[in-house]
Design a protein around this ligand. Structure first.
Ligand code: DP6
Length: 328
């Protein structure tokens, strides 16, 4: 009744922002991402009949039962228990190999690893598509971390959400890219992505116009990935990111994830691109900037980013593998 799984984080090149069903966590539109090797969560789940509640530790610290973080994991385990027909509570140990305190996304790798470990610990063997559907219930972006390399998430059309899952577009070996995370601040973000997207959807006049652009962006990004067209992928990724943030900023009250360094990095990336470097940026629901380049440009990119005041750290990731079991 126990299993250990590892999953990597991922970064969306065409963003997911907005839900068509909150209870089932169904997205309004699709999204497209790259799984990031090196940014990993490892999770062990052990169902134990003697436990009286779920026992969860994150990076060695026990989560308080009743806290938001604990409830999110216990609710997710309920989905697995219901499906597998088991009643035992579980001991969950989860650890990130990247700094969670820096506010880097961990729900994507976290719920992908939890989905795989918990279902195996419960004696189930799901297909990747079924795992992706399950991981989505924990966090929309986690549905993509089941797959390695480039993944495309479908919004699906079914009310039960069984067709709202990701699929693999191209494996990690398809394209030798690097993604450098320019860490621009320490500490947790103020507005979670769930809260930010809900407020945007409910109050921003720019939300629907942005959402209508997603399908065409996905088609172009998919083509750029298939043909390894870096310039095209960069154009789509920057406009998807800036459109998403513009819609969030126009919410009431506006949701602003950026700090002055975030904006400085955007300008420096564009200047370096004008000077001939092949790079583009994207930003999630936080202040850090993720900058992409072909592998051969990595040292030039590092030197651009390391000269920017306010950039505290650089974390380099390469295309990563999908979620996999380490032990069961
Ligand atoms: C900006 O997956 O964290 O990173 O489904 O509510 O858990 P929930 O949201 P989450 O949102 C990710 C938003 C984003 C864009 C993306 O990853 O596609």
């Amino acid at each position: 009744m126990h299993a250990t799984a590892l999953a990597h984080s991922n970064i969306a090149l065409v963003k997911y922002w907005g839900k068509r069903d909150r209870a089932l966590n169904l997205p309004v539109a699709g999204s497209l991402s790259l799984t990031l090797g090196g940014l990993a969560t490892t999770t062990t789940v052990h169902f134990r009949p003697e436990l009286e509640s779920d026992l969860v530790s994150l990076d060695g610290r026990e989560l308080r039962p009743g806290s938001v973080a604990h409830r999110r994991i216990a609710d997710f385990l309920d989905l697995v228990r219901n499906d597998a027909g088991i009643t035992s509570f579980a001991e969950v140990e989860t650890a990130n190999n990247f700094p969670t305190a820096a506010g880097l996304a961990s729900s994507a790798s976290g719920f992908a690893a939890l989905a795989l470990a918990a279902t195996h610990a419960a004696g189930q063997q799901l297909t990747d598509a079924q795992l992706s559907v399950l991981a989505r219930r924990g966090s929309g972006s986690a549905a993509r971390s089941i797959f390695g390399g480039f993944a495309e998430m479908s919004a699906g059309t079914r009310a039960d959400g069984r067709d709202a899952h990701a699929r693999a577009l191209a494996g990690p070996e398809h394209w030798d890219l690097r993604c450098v995370v320019a860490v621009t601040t320490q500490g947790e973000k103020d507005v979670s992505s769930t809260e930010g997207m809900t407020r945007t959807q409910e109050t921003s006049p720019l939300f629907e116009p942005w959402a209508r652009t997603v399908d065409a962006d996905i088609a172009q990004a998919r083509h750029a990935v298939e043909t390894r067209d870096f310039a095209l992928l960069g154009r789509v990724a920057e406009r998807s990111c800036l459109g998403m943030h513009a819609s969030a900023m126009a919410a009431d009250p506006g949701v602003i994830y950026w700090n002055p360094t975030t904006i400085e990095v955007i300008h420096r990336v564009r200047r370096a691109r004008r000077d001939g470097l092949q790079i583009f940026f994207t930003i999630d629901a936080g202040p850090h900037v993720k900058v992409f380049c072909p592998a051969r440009e990595l040292s030039a990119l590092r030197s651009v980013l390391s000269q920017i005041d306010g950039v505290n750290d650089l974390i380099v990731a390469r295309p990563g593998q999908g979620a996999h079991l380490l032990e069961s």
